[in-house]
Design a protein around this ligand. Structure first.
Ligand code: ZN
Length: 163
């Protein structure tokens, strides 16, 4: 019962548990204020920090700042069966004394990366992407004849045949 505060530090070791994400060199601090009453628990999160990701066009490394707040309400119930969690409204069985926040923390930080992220434009509005990489990636797609197999694909096929 009452009010408690916690601080979490999300670094590379934390994000290494979620290899599907493209988050690296992470340093995010999460301040959590937890207020518990008889029937529910209010979690106030304050995320601050940064991580690195890569440009979707040229693979240059980009800095992704993290600064936002989020709130989750946990409702206690005798039985969670048939009760669906909503985005920030969870059901938890009342006898449980631990709440695993790692999946939530991971997803919430990962969502800070826009679906598409590119290098910033300069003052003249020109892309600062690595032109050589963009050209190489752009050229390799349309000029490749359909049905052609790249070396990588061939390697995979060879491997499959040996299984
Ligand atoms: Zn770029």
């Amino acid at each position: 019962m009452g009010r408690h505060t916690f601080r979490y530090r999300l670094d590379d070791a934390f994000f290494a548990c979620f290899p599907e994400g493209d988050i690296r060199q992470a340093d995010v601090t999460v301040d959590l204020t937890l207020e518990r009453t008889e029937r529910l628990m209010r979690l106030d999160f304050d995320f601050a920090g940064r991580f690195k990701t890569v440009c979707d066009r040229c693979l240059n490394e980009l800095d992704c700042p993290v600064a936002f707040q989020d709130e989750v309400i946990v409702r206690f119930t005798a039985d969670t069966e048939g009760k669906e969690d909503e985005d920030n409204l969870w059901w938890v069985e009342e006898h449980r004394d631990k709440l695993d926040l790692s999946q939530y923390l991971y997803e919430t930080v990962a969502l800070q990366r826009p679906i598409q992220m590119f290098c910033p434009e300069d003052e003249a509005g020109r892309s600062t992407c690595n032109a050589a990489v963009v050209e190489r990636m752009g050229a390799s797609q349309p000029t490749e004849p359909t049905g052609a197999l790249s070396e990588d694909n061939l390697a995979v096929l060879r491997k499959l045949k040996n299984v």
